[in-house]
Ligand binder design. Structure first.
Ligand code: ZN
Length: 340
């Protein structure tokens, strides 16, 4: 048994709505692939902990919780995208509690690294609003839990197709959690311009890297080397938390990025090596989006293999549509702004 952890959200299937892309099969496809590849039995299962009130209310407002409870009691939905079933709040709390448990275990070195298969996802959830399929902000709650355990500087890197607007909002004025997002633009939720760089104590600690449609592995690798690593090296976080959205894959139906499993794996491999040198190996991954079942299974298997130090494979290959070079202009704009 390795000391790589997984959080699997037991009972998450009750949070579902017919024909909605954010469906239980997303996580079950990952579990099936991990079982088939012999990874499931090589990693340590992490049990969720209750989310402490002090952590919860440092991230979300009491009004957010009251609104969720009222909507569920009335049988409504949070917004057009975001459904709520009678058990959705409990399942969201479980998802956040799994993220917290896994992160705390990595922090105290009970686990070397890990990947929390959070469902529902979290990165669009703001302090006061559930949106974009997200109810509670799992990665933000995990970060806050570490602050309570004495962490002083954390970095969150968001690799999802979409801008992590909720996570950005939560930490925008704080200097204990830096936030980096690479995302397709224009696309939902419409935020994440390069000029959004934080405010007050958080000024200069939010890095947004929007990429045009049909950007892929080359764009994301260049962003990592030319912007993200310089930013992280300057901030010197004690741990790196990654919002691992899998919807930038070329097969994903929700956007127009053309990243491959190989591209994802090479980024995760570099992040893992960087963490080995800079954070004593402290690295934790959290599932966000990703709506093609083959792609989510393929990337998740590669991610675990990298954490385990195993060889990984890309069973899906590159997409038919080549990567557009338009990302070079987009990246240059961000570099000029930051003077990297
Ligand atoms: Zn997404």
């Amino acid at each position: 048994m390795s000391n790589v952890g997984i959080y699997y959200p037991l009972g998450h299937q009750a949070h579902q709505e017919p024909d909605h892309p954010e469906r239980p099969e997303r996580v079950e496809a990952i579990k099936d692939r991990l079982l088939a590849d012999g990874i499931w039995t090589a990693i340590q299962q992490t049990q969720p902990v209750p989310v402490p009130d002090s952590v919860f209310f440092a991230i979300h407002t009491p009004a957010h919780l009251q609104r969720l409870e009222a909507i569920i009691a009335a049988g409504g939905r949070s917004d057009e995208d975001t459904y709520l079933t009678p058990s959705s709040l409990d399942i969201a709390r479980n998802s956040a509690g799994g993220a917290i448990a896994l992160t705390n275990a990595v922090w105290v070195r009970e686990l070397a690294t890990g990947f929390a298969l959070c469902r529902p996802p979290g990165h669009h959830a703001t302090p006061e609003e559930a949106m974009g399929f997200c109810i509670l902000n799992n990665i933000a709650l995990a970060a806050q839990s570490l602050i309570e355990h004495g962490a002083k500087r954390l970095a969150i890197l968001d690799l999802d197709l979409h801008h992590g607007n909720g996570t950005q909002d939560i930490f925008y004025r704080r200097n204990d959690v830096a936030f980096i997002s690479i995302h397709e633009s224009p696309l939902y939720p419409g935020t994440g311009a390069p000029e959004e760089m934080g405010e007050a104590d958080g000024l200069g600690l939010t890095l947004n890297i929007p990429l045009p449609p049909f950007s892929g592995d080359a764009a994301r690798d260049a962003a990592l080397k030319e912007l993200i690593f310089p930013f992280l090296n300057r901030y010197e976080p004690e741990i790196l938390l990654v919002s691992l959205g899998l919807d930038a894959h070329w097969r994903d139906p929700l956007g127009y990025q053309v990243a491959s499993t190989t591209g994802y794996a090479q980024i995760l491999d570099q992040l893992n090596q960087w963490a080995g040198e800079m954070t004593d190996g402290r690295l934790a991954l959290f599932l966000e989006g990703g709506y093609d079942l083959d792609a989510v299974g393929d990337i998740a298997a590669a991610a675990f293999n990298i954490l385990l130090g195993n060889q990984w494979e890309d069973r899906l290959g590159p997409g038919e549509r080549p990567e557009s070079p338009r990302w070079e202009v987009a990246l240059k704009r961000v570099k000029n702004l930051w003077r990297f």
